[in-house]
Design a protein around this ligand. Sequence first.
Ligand code: R5P
Length: 266
Amino acid sequence: MDWGMKNRISRIIKPASGRTVMLAVDHGYFMGPTTGLEQLNKMVDPLLPYADTLMLTRGALRYYIDPGVDIPITLRMSGGTSILNKQLLHEGTVCSMEDAVRLNVSCVAFSILVGAEYERDTILEFTKMVDNARNYGIPSLVVTAVGRDMVRDARYMALASRMGAELGADIVKTYYVDGFEKVVESCPVPVVIAGGKKIPERDALQMARDAVSCGAAGVDMGRNIFQSGSPVAMIQAVRSVVHDNASVDEAYDLYQDLKGNVPAQA
Ligand code: R5P
């Protein structure tokens, strides 16, 4: 692997732990002003010291994030449908690689629809992105297993994740399921989990704990951080699980302690 590619990956997946806390705030590209992100910078700025990378769209990056900030960017490159559309996630390319380079991103991300209508369109477009990104030494993250009506079990997740890697992804983002070790074992690149819809903080910490125990390289978590009762406390609790191997009890205690000490956000 090229030096630039390795360097960019090591800015996101920290060599000391081999893990990462990715903060996903890209929801606006299909959900508009998602709860908690109405004024994205107000939510995100206090979280940045605790995130290893920020995953977002080029618009959110340009409009809401200070270019002087020191955080690697994972740029969402796919889109084209909204939450109002029945063909949700029939996504194409919505950003050129030249613009990604102008934005000095460390990783580019694309959603594919394995086992769903438009599977082929999304996969072929994803592989074009991988080729373009490699020309610039930029790693690719594939987002898979998102979508309604999909049976989310380890067999399906393993299939979708392995496909993503074999088609060129350097990092796979998918959902945690029972038997997740099978997903990780059969995927040759690091796997991170999405958080999904907001659940109680302790349950989200348990999910992160279970995922890393099964070999996940960390989380790419959004709503379970920024919709938490205390986002700044929650991201630090998630971080303790991912990087410090904290137990769920330890992480939840940390969340409760910090929650009492930090002002409510937004
Ligand atoms: C999924 O396609 C997008 O990247 C989402 O914005 C991301 O998965 C959201 O993270 P979470 O599910 O943790 O809110």
